[in-house]
Write a protein that binds this ligand. Structure first.
Ligand code: RP5
Length: 164
């Protein structure tokens, strides 16, 4: 089995609907990855262990999704220098604005790269991770450029309906 290059972690299985969009992108680009629940407040010791092992295990980035107080990405970043890409998951009461603020407002010195709330953020975090890996992988870079070209072609083919 190929060792994972990208770790996808989330605070709860209830985050999977959102975070699976990151995994789908990694699968599309055939990037070795793993996905698991690592809750900051329900399993803090596991979270620390995951962060401490990330660099020695060869992870090149961690995509961390969480909702509400959303401390998982920041706490992981506090324990590893492996880049952490944070995905705010939409919460029931505040629609993920709480998650976004929790993740994006890291104090100076320990960064978390923060993406959009929800599925778009999860997918973009994975695309960003692919772009990071592609800096040193020409074949992966070519696949990423092809992916962008598909979007360009789709946008150019868009037509608008007549006015109503
Ligand atoms: C966070 O609390 C998780 O990231 C999730 O978004 C939120 C709610 O978790 P559950 O109560 O659905 O397990 O830790």
């Amino acid at each position: 089995m190929t060792a994972a290059l990208i770790g996808v972690v989330m605070g709860s299985s209830s985050d999977w609907d959102t975070m699976q969009h990151a995994v789908q992108i990694l699968q599309h680009f055939d990037v070795a990855h793993e996905a698991r629940v690592v809750s900051a407040h329900r399993m803090p010791d596991d979270m620390y262990a995951y962060a401490e092992a990330a660099q020695p295990r060869g992870l090149r980035a961690i995509i961390a999704g969480a909702g509400g107080a959303a401390h998982l990405p920041g706490m992981l970043a506090a324990k590893t220098v492996v880049p952490v890409l944070g995905v705010p998951v939409a919460s029931r009461h505040l629609q993920g604005v709480d998650s976004l603020h929790s993740i994006v407002q890291m104090p100076k010195g320990v960064p978390v790269a923060t993406f959009a709330i929800g599925a778009a953020g999860a997918a973009n975090a994975a695309l960003f991770a692919v772009a990071m890996l592609a800096q040193h992988d020409a074949a992966l870079r070519a696949r990423l450029e092809a992916y962008r070209a598909e979007q360009t072609a789709a946008a150019r083919a868009m037509t608008l309906p007549p006015t109503g």
